[in-house]
Write a protein that binds this ligand. Structure first.
Ligand SMILES: *Cc1c(COP(=O)(O)O)cnc(C)c1O
Length: 217
């Protein structure tokens, strides 16, 4: 099926309120333009250099989310090109983003990445540390927490991801109910090509889909 048909099919199956982020690492600008024509208005990129190269050609056509890990020394470039950073997991990175945004007179919407599987080699803050991190970030200027993001552990059967989505949704609801100052808990970004239906069942309102739109990498 074509990119256009894939997107049509995904949109048909998803409730209207679910925001689709097309995960576009390794995809060409031409492929991305096809996705935009089919109604995609947000893309997610993992690597700063790749994102920057594409963003020049896509300026004004689509919103760009950062869905990969950012090193602190790349924060300056990141705040120039991204419309949202979904992968903030430390106060150090948040401070750097805030500082860089201040000089651009910009407020960066961010998500807090949760390491829902508590995997040692994975990015993201541990679930039990998320609330304190959010409280710390809430005092910073030029950066606005908009919700949570998670990459659940990889399994051959996506049904096994369900508990990790549940855990992240529970955390999302808990923090939302605490209503910390300066925080808008609105977005819960979870689920990829294999798992987005399960993620939506568990409360995701943003999904990040690559292969199911563009084909296998
Ligand atoms: C690549 C990627 C996705 C999409 O994965 P697919 O399996 O291609 O749908 C989602 N989120 C992140 C963070 C990614 O790096």
């Amino acid at each position: 099926m074509s990119i256009k048909e894939n997107i049509k099919q995904i949109k048909k199956e998803l409730p209207k309120n679910i925001i689709i982020v097309a995960a576009t690492k390794t995809r060409s600008v031409d492929e991305i333009k096809q996705a935009i024509e089919a109604g995609i208005d947000i893309i997610g990129e993992n690597y700063i250099q790749e994102a920057e190269a594409k963003s020049n050609e896509l300026k004004g056509k689509v919103k760009l989310h950062c869905i990969g890990h950012i090193q602190t020394n790349k924060a300056k470039k990141a705040v120039e090109i991204f419309d949202m950073i979904e992968t903030v997991d430390s106060i150090k990175l948040a401070k750097e983003i805030g500082k860089r945004c201040q000089s651009l007179n910009k407020i960066m919407p961010i998500l807090i990445e949760i390491n829902s599987g508590k995997e040692p080699n994975k990015d993201g803050v541990m679930p039990e540390d998320a609330e304190q991190l959010i409280r710390d970030i809430s005092t910073l200027k030029n950066i606005k927490v908009k919700g949570l993001m998670t990459m659940a552990p990889f399994f051959d059967n996506p049904e096994k991801d369900r508990p990790y989505f549940k855990l992240t949704k529970t955390l999302f609801d808990k923090i939302k109910a605490l209503n910390p100052p300066n925080i808008d808990m609105e977005i819960l970004s979870m689920g990829m090509s294999d798992s987005y239906k399960i993620a939506v069942e568990e409360g995701a309102n943003m999904v990040r889909i690559g292969a199911k739109i563009f084909g296998k990498r």
